[in-house]
Design a protein around this ligand. Structure first.
Ligand SMILES: [Zn+2]
Length: 143
């Protein structure tokens, strides 16, 4: 049995249905940059939204983190919904992505030092007040 024959049997890099690939391309134009990933898109710096494509459609996930006071930052995306190619439209997908980004930005908290709004996972605590990593590093603050 030849090697190429074997790789043909493996469902690696299965291409998306053409219409779904169009959704992905349309989304790539509107997502906040930078965008990394191929079938699962991670958009924004700090991360604002995750969109995971499969053969059936696209799932939108809200990047989430546990409490600000925890020293361990755990990233646990929360599914916001899945738009199926069979029953949904790219407009529905774009709307869901927009809502998820708005939700994410709303969860950002203000740094007590510099006033920048940052995701909770980038916030530490300085004398009991929320402070971003930049400010903490500037002060050589040790956790
Ligand atoms: Zn700061």
């Amino acid at each position: 049995m030849s090697k190429s024959r074997l790789t043909e049997l493996l469902p690696l890099n299965l291409p998306l249905p053409p219409e779904l690939e169009m959704w992905r391309k349309a989304l790539l134009r509107t997502l906040p940059s930078p965008v990394t990933g191929e079938l699962t898109l991670f958009a924004g710096e700090p991360l604002k939204v995750i969109v995971a494509f499969d053969q059936e459609g696209a799932e939108v996930l809200l990047p989430m983190q546990e409490s600000a006071m925890s020293s361990v930052s755990r990233h646990k995306p929360v599914p916001q919904g899945k738009i199926l190619l069979a029953t949904g439209t790219v407009e529905q997908l774009q709307r869901l992505v927009g809502e998820t980004i708005a939700l994410r930005i709303k969860s950002f908290r203000e740094c007590a030092c510099c006033g920048r709004r940052v995701p909770q996972e980038l916030l530490g605590s300085l004398n009991g007040a929320p402070a971003c990593r930049n400010c903490l590093q500037g002060r050589r603050f040790l956790f």
